[in-house]
Design a protein around this ligand. Sequence first.
Ligand SMILES: C[S@@+](CC[C@H](N)C(=O)[O-])C[C@H]1O[C@@H](n2cnc3c(N)ncnc32)[C@H](O)[C@@H]1O
Length: 273
Amino acid sequence: MNKFGGEWTKQKLDVLEDYLNFYMTALKNMNFKKIYIDCFAGSGEIEFSDESKIEGSTIMSLNLDNKFDEYHFIEKDRKNFKELEKLKEHYPELNINVYNDDCNKVLPKIISKIDWRFSRGVLFIDPYATQLDFNILKKISFTKGIDVWYLFPFHAINRMLKKDKNINEEWKKVLNRCLGDESWEDDLYFESTQLNLFQNIEYEKVSTEDVQKFICKKMKEVFPYVSENYLVLKNSKNSPLFLLFLLISNDNPKAIGLVKKVEKYILKDKTMV
Ligand SMILES: C[S@@+](CC[C@H](N)C(=O)[O-])C[C@H]1O[C@@H](n2cnc3c(N)ncnc32)[C@H](O)[C@@H]1O
């Protein structure tokens, strides 16, 4: 069983559940194959430090009133994968597919096998940290059939973006992979007006809010629509841990209009930027 989280864990799952309910109602009478993909799937249940448990995203998706036609759960950890495999026995009537691999490898294969002219899907991306390669987002957007909730690992990224831009090569690679390219180097730093003792150029980093805006901008470069009010999930000390984005790959104005309405309703009363 997966052990992690805090209040933000429940918050992200509430948002996802509300969206899945809206989604299944909106598509109920439409002739599309409906697909749910969970690419950091966990073990099915989540246990908190006080030993209380809740349904994780996979079990929650299986328990919705309206069922998807296909479920795809990707989980790298062998133990968690085995727990997920058991869900097939608990829900024999549902089409559940479980993969024990890195989602960066498996997800492109899954989506390339689906005919998106006749299918629509929701994808939940819920990593602990910086595991998702930004290029995967481009492949998802290309389908024009997938709505994505991405829990972006803001804290992990922001920690690597050192204030003086003195970032080691290993972290630079992670930042490039997670943010898509090297544009963060110019966009998130500016030359300091104060020269040091040796007259070298020194750098300063933009504000936390501007780092968040930059991440949002990168998402907008890839998706036709990115939620206007992304959710900032914070820890008990009020520091931002994750940004929860809704990314829409369908460029149809009607579909985007509907999402805008529901996004307002779902994110209402939640802490936003
Ligand atoms: C935050 S947990 C997911 C929780 C899950 N969404 C839930 O609600 O129960 C992240 C999961 O991703 C798995 N994981 C880490 N790296 C992965 C990768 N590259 N591909 C697939 N799964 C990965 C971890 O083993 C862990 O179970």
